[in-house]
Design a protein around this ligand. Structure first.
Ligand code: FAD
Length: 431
């Protein structure tokens, strides 16, 4: 019999918890990836950059495996179908995989573990995606934290070398199953290659100055590695180690935000489509479709908002400051349901991660755990003055912004939109 290492959002061979445990078990290990048609059939763009990124990361991984006389087994169907086929082809002792915290993944894993149990195979999951998960950081009364600062304090108190240590996978690679399998083309999986440039893995250079540069979108002040964290092409333990070794701890804090939102999603899975503060679901959103369209396309007449949206549409990434500004603008200035914006980001972001995206959107709308207070409404003009004072970022993405013939007038007046928002929020929240 063999063991299977099921790759999902951990597309690397180094420092991988589930792979390490699979290889150490002593049985030959076959790596597997399923292009899950339940997820892929929902994607709107045939040249979706995430699919290309996953595909290319797997090609690289397969090349490394081929150098070791092994291969990754690729399936392109629903997980259930895939596992039925695999169990017919192979005698599987144990499946090793890394824990995934999203509601769909939890349900999928429960179904697959039952299917495996019915055939006498075991299903083992490991923590790999975050430093602390689920119930590891809890309040003294045993309930989850819903405010970031005390959570992060406890997170830092608990951190030690044990949690940061890399899994020495390389020691056991000889236990990979020797097998030669073909790798399908991207077209065979139903997709086309995206031409979007994908940033590399260099992050160390930004850590020291991060606190000073991170809020200025015209600078290269952030690491641009979020997609690598999303798909596990970089290890969170490696990043947290580097962040923790630095005197400057602001970047470490960002990694803690990521753990925080993953923990929130685990404990409050309903927040993917319900406001965490339930009164916010009583807000009478205007949901004007033309205005939503203008926001999506970066044609609101607010140059900072438009620059952010055009950056997103063009490169599949948006600077964090702009994610806050554009999300606030949609939910507050336009009074459009935060879920519409969350879905749009989900379609466009290369680093789309349900926990951080829902967390970020609910933060901006004011409806989430530890959110910005609802009466704090970003003024695009004030944000521009503070964070893009020389209009460098705006000029890059909205070069026509000073030309009244080419650039549209604002779709809403800031002051009026502010008052309308406060009235709508107060009504729903009975304030
Ligand atoms: P850096 O600033 O270099 O930070 C390093 C890493 O820390 C990031 O790669 C990311 O993994 C993590 N991180 C940083 N800030 C946050 C944060 N506020 N919350 C959680 N993790 C953070 N991040 C995603 O990874 N996926 C998303 O879908 C996503 N959607 C967002 C939506 C909104 C409305 C907002 C306000 C934020 C969202 N973020 C999301 C968080 C943040 O904007 C991105 O992680 C960051 O911009 C990625 O760029 P970077 O890699 O250069 O980050």
């Amino acid at each position: 019999s063999i063991n299977i290492f099921w790759l999902r959002r951990d597309l690397r061979l180094n420092d991988n918890a589930a792979l390490y445990h699979a290889l150490k078990s002593g049985k030959p290990v076959l790596p597997l990836f399923i292009f899950d048609t339940i997820i892929l059939d929902k994607l709107e763009d045939k040249d979706d950059a995430r699919v290309t990124f996953i595909y290319q990361s797997l090609i690289e991984l397969d090349q490394k495996l081929k150098d070791l006389e092994s291969s990754v087994l690729i399936k392109n169907t629903s997980p259930k179908e895939a596992w039925v086929e695999i169990l017919e082809e192979y005698n599987v002792d144990t499946v090793f995989t890394n824990q995934d915290y999203e509601p769909y993944a939890r349900q999928r894993d429960q179904e697959i573990s039952q299917l495996l149990a019915g055939k006498g195979s075991k299903f083992c999951t490991y923590k790999d995606q975050v430093i602390f998960d689920r119930d590891e950081i809890m309040k003294a009364d045993g309930t989850p934290y819903t405010v970031f600062t005390p959570y992060s304090r406890k997170w830092k108190e608990k951190l030690n070398d044990f949690y940061l240590k890399a899994y020495p996978v390389e020691k056991y690679l000889q236990n990979l199953l020797k097998i030669k399998l073909d790798f399908p083309s991207l077209q065979a999986i139903g997709f086309e290659t995206s031409t979007l440039p994908i940033p590399g893995k260099e992050y160390r250079t930004v850590i020291a100055d991060y606190a000073k540069t991170r809020d200025f979108p015209a600078l290269q002040g952030t690491s641009r590695i979020s997609h690598h964290l999303r798909f596990g092409t970089l290890s969170i333990r490696e990043l947290a180690t580097a962040a923790n070794q630095s005197e400057e701890k602001t970047w470490l804090n960002e990694l803690i935000w990521r753990d925080f939102y993953a923990m929130i999603l685990w404990h409050f899975p309903q927040t993917i489509d319900h406001s965490y503060k339930s009164d916010f679901d009583k807000i009478e959103w205007r949901n004007n479709e033309q205005e939503f369209e203008a926001w999506c396309k970066g044609k609101t007449g607010y140059p900072l908002v438009d620059a952010g949206m055009r950056q997103l549409n063009t490169i599949g990434w948006m600077h964090n400051r702009l994610r806050m500004v554009t999300a606030s603008f949609l939910s507050k200035h336009l009074l459009i349901d935060w879920r519409w914006g969350e879905h749009y980001f989900a379609r466009k972001l290369l680093d789309y991660d349900m926990s951080s995206n829902v967390g970020g959107w609910q933060w901006a709308a004011g409806s989430g755990t530890d959110a910005a207070p609802f009466f704090r409404i970003f003024s695009p003009a004030a944000q521009t003055k503070r964070f893009d004072p020389k209009f460098e970022y705006i000029k890059k993405w909205v070069p026509e912004y000073l030309d009244p013939f080419k650039y549209p007038a604002p779709i809403v007046d800031h002051q009026k939109a502010r008052e309308r928002c406060l009235a709508a929020f107060k009504k729903a929240l009975n304030n």
